[in-house]
Design a protein around this ligand. Structure first.
Ligand code: ADP
Ligand code: ADP
Ligand code: ZN
Ligand code: ZN
Length: 743
């Protein structure tokens, strides 16, 4: 056996067709292939899952419970693996306490610096930690933000108490709370609030001395609306219901903490300086500038700390994140930014012989920034690690030692290794990826003309420099520019100024059991089809009605509660996961049982189920390139890009009035071949009269745009300007133009 290889034999997870493959260790390998071909099934569900499971087995059971759970893959042999680190685009924690500084450890070094050489000398480094009581601002507990009640939204001044002037939940007409204030005798229940005295209004909202000055003071146990709101909504436990959270969002505003001004630290920590600057000032500096500043610190007592900090900052800058500042909350970072930060973190690690797996690391990166990313991947390999990357970007393929293409098609038409070799060899091959590389979309030569214009005026959000642009309506506009140049900020401003349908990559808002069948509303037509063929009532073909397996109630799985461990979900033994009773499964339509229908892909279903209602429901999902999904596949298993395409499909069907659509990187996760299909879909929206604005780096999308707005020239403070607006043919002299091969 060759130890320099990861050896895979007979891998069969999801659609994989007993894949045999040797992947070189210590090399950078890219996995390519059309969407749904099986790249993730091989790289994540097989290689990463086995590596993760093997490492977990080396830990005692009580620790295993705390580790990520890996499902053992279906394969005959998997060997030559190392401990695995998966670097995906999941955003960096939803924790308000983590910042770019804390997750990269740069803040730890800064704290050390300040504790050693700061003036006045304070001592321990946790005095500069906003996550430690010793350093945190007492007013906001180190969050930098405080929730303030927005009483301006409590009342409708044009109505009286009897007309429900109090807008808080629970105060509707005839409601318990409403009566309490209406009948108190202190306030005139029929007078619109506008006509009340200032004292009366203040008494209603805040109580206190104002209330006692009124002609009929309220009783001693009177509770003002603000104390009521605090008691019901703000002083509750951790488990806040969605409904409560909505009320909180509606009647409060979170703003910068007045005590620390957002610096998160207490007064003592905020006063300490190094070279005349406070740590809070450094937290607001751009990383690129901070790196230069740190190099000027020459005090020998902190030389190793300053050197380590400078190295970390330079690495962030090199990967195109120099425009961020250490104080930036990680919850506000994009998926691509989060992924690059995770990458830098691992570069700083001294572990070797690891297995690093990346999921589309170029998401959110302008071609100009892709080089920096491939450079990082190469450095990770050069440190002695094995790097596997699932990626569609030709630039990353070109930088790889080896490419493996899975395919040729999606779902059942994929699942095989169709190519192994170098990029040069791929260009000579005859695979879907090679074909797509050979035939890139030509630039639009006859752009559509706008009907009218939408003006975004004086946009100054984040780094935008008082930007005003005219966007033509009824065409496809692409916002381009290097990462951090201000594209998302401009899109947000457009949405604010004009209102828009934002088609994002958040999970499709549907229940855990939701599938393409339930989502498209074709469950009833499918049942009808079986009812017609069998002569039985339709309910016998519903898994959560008469037709469902009685033991698992049509879920296909049973949940077992284990006293001391996490509960476990296992396949139901009675129905073997097929969800239906044997009786139900005896009936067939076109040779298929109702359970077989769940296993059809959307494309197959369109060919086999002729019923118009079913075809109508599925057609749009097929059109956006999701034909490879199985009808019964839980929507919760979809990636961000897939969720976005499900939403585009919904819009294709629903939209009637001309609307403004805004999309952020709809090509995420798409193979070159599918990008064309996606632009066709966007074109269809435009042809239906809509205005479509997309943030995109994909050159094939930019080439096909009617109108381009190019932002830059750099990121952060160095960006935020419009470099070009017009048809793509006129784009010259910018980083985007260069990527398009223009002078
Ligand atoms: P790729 O990564 O190349 O886009 P995947 O490996 O995600 O492809 O998917 C390959 C096939 O397996 C597709 O047909 C997909 O629908 C199916 N598949 C992926 N994950 C699951 C899952 N959790 N359950 C059932 N089918 C799945
Ligand atoms: P792009 O979409 O071109 O990558 P963005 O509009 O996301 O750029 O960012 C432009 C600038 O604004 C960057 O410097 C970024 O760090 C900053 N920025 C973006 N969102 C926020 C935020 N929520 N808080 C603070 N700064 C932000
Ligand atoms: Zn504070
Ligand atoms: Zn069952």
């Amino acid at each position: 056996m060759n130890e320099r290889m990861i050896r895979i034999r007979g891998a069969r997870s999801n659609n994989l067709r007993s894949v045999d493959l040797d992947v070189p260790r210590g090399a950078l390998t890219v996995f390519a292939g059309v969407s749904g071909s099986g790249k993730s099934s091989l790289v994540f569900d097989t290689i990463a899952a086995e590596a993760g499971a093997q490492v977990n087995e080396t830990y005692p059971p009580f620790l295993r419970n705390r580790l990520p759970k890996w499902t053992r893959p279906e394969a005959d042999e998997l060997s030559g693996l190392s401990p695995v680190v998966v670097i995906d685009q999941r955003r960096l924690g939803g924790n308000a306490r983590s910042t770019v500084g804390t997750v990269t450890d740069a803040w730890t070094y800064l704290r050390l610096l300040y504790s050693r050489i700061g003036t006045p000398h304070l001592g321990e480094s946790n005095r500069f930690s906003f996550n430690d009581p010793a350093g945190m601002c007492p007013a906001c507990s180190g969050l930098g933000e405080a929730v303030a009640i927005d009483t301006g939204r409590f009342l409708d001044p044009d109505r009286s108490l009897r007309q429900n002037a109090i807008l808080l939940p629970g105060f509707a007409e005839g409601g318990y709370w409403n009566a309490k204030y209406t009948d108190i005798g202190t306030f005139d229940p029929d007078k619109p609030l506008r006509e009340w005295t200032e004292d009366e209004r203040t008494a209603l909202l805040f109580g206190g001395a104002h209330a006692d000055r009124l002609p009929v003071p309220p009783p001693a146990d009177y509770e003002s609306l603000v104390s009521w709101f605090e008691r019901i909504y703000l002083r509750t436990g951790d488990n806040i219901s969605d409904q409560k959270q909505k009320a909180i969002d509606r009647f409060t505003r979170s703003g910068t903490c007045a005590e620390c001004g957002g610096d998160r630290l207490n007064a003592e920590a905020r006063a300490v300086t190094v070279h005349g600057r406070t740590i809070a000032e450094l937290a607001l500096m751009e990383i690129a500038e901070l790196a230069v500043l740190v190099e000027t610190i020459e005090d020998p007592s902190v030389a190793p700390v300053a050197a380590a900090l400078a190295e970390r900052l330079h690495a962030l800058d090199a990967i195109g994140l120099g425009y961020l500042h250490l104080g930036r909350g990680t919850t506000t970072l994009s998926g691509g930014e989060s992924q690059r930060i995770k990458t830098v973190k691992h570069l700083g690690s001294s572990l070797i012989e690891m297995l690093y797996i990346f999921d589309e690391p170029t998401v959110g990166l302008h071609p100009h920034d892709v080089d920096a990313m491939t450079g990082l991947l190469g450095r990770l390999r050069d440190k002695g690690n094995t790097v596997l990357v699932v990626e569609h970007d030709p630039a990353v393929m070109a930088a790889a030692d080896r490419i493996v293409e899975i395919g040729p098609g999606a779902g059942a038409a994929g699942g095989r290794v169709v190519f192994e070799g170098t990029y040069g060899e791929l260009r000579e091959a005859d695979t879907p990826t090679a074909q797509a590389l050979a035939r890139r979309a030509p630039a639009t030569t006859a752009p559509r003309r706008g009907r009218d214009t939408l003006t975004v005026k004086g946009a100054d959000r984040n780094n935008l420099r008082d930007v005003t642009v005219d966007l033509p309506t009824g065409v496809l506009t692409v916002l381009t520019g290097v990462a951090g140049s201000g594209k998302s900020s401009l899109a947000a401003e457009l949405v604010d100024q004009h209102g828009a349908i934002v088609v994002d990559q958040r999970p499709v808002g549907a229940g855990r059991r939701s599938t393409p069948i339930t989502y498209t509303g074709i469950a009833a037509p499918i049942r009808k089809l079986f009812a017609k063929a069998s002569g039985l009532p339709a309910k016998y073909f519903s898994a959560n009605s008469e037709g469902g397996c009685p033991d698992c109630k049509g879920l296909g799985t049973v949940y077992t509660d284990l006293a001391f461990m996490d509960g476990q979900e296992t396949v139901c033994e009675t129905c073997g996961g097929r969800r239906f009773t044997e009786e139900t499964l005896r009936h067939r339509v076109d040779g298929l049982t109702v359970a077989d229908v769940d296993d059809l892909t959307i494309t197959d279903a369109l060919q086999r189920l002729a019923e118009p209602a079913i075809r109508r429901g599925l057609r749009d999902l097929d059109r956006v390139g999701l034909g490879y999904l199985r009808l019964g596949q839980p929507l919760s298993t979809l990636s961000g890009g897939e969720c976005q395409r499900v939403k585009i499909a919904r819009e294709l069907r629903d939209a009637d009035e001309p609307s403004l659509y805004v999309l952020d990187e709809p090509t995420t996760g798409l193979h070159l071949r599918d990008v064309d299909t996606l632009v066709d879909v966007l074109d269809r929206l435009v042809e239906a009269g809509h205005t479509v604005v997309v943030i995109e780096h994909h050159l094939d999308v930019i080439r096909r745009a009617d109108w381009v707005v190019d932002l830059g020239p750099g990121a952060g403070r160095h960006g935020g300007r419009v470099l070009y607006e017009g048809p793509v043919a006129g784009l010259r002299g910018t980083a985007t133009a260069a990527a398009l091969g223009r002078p």
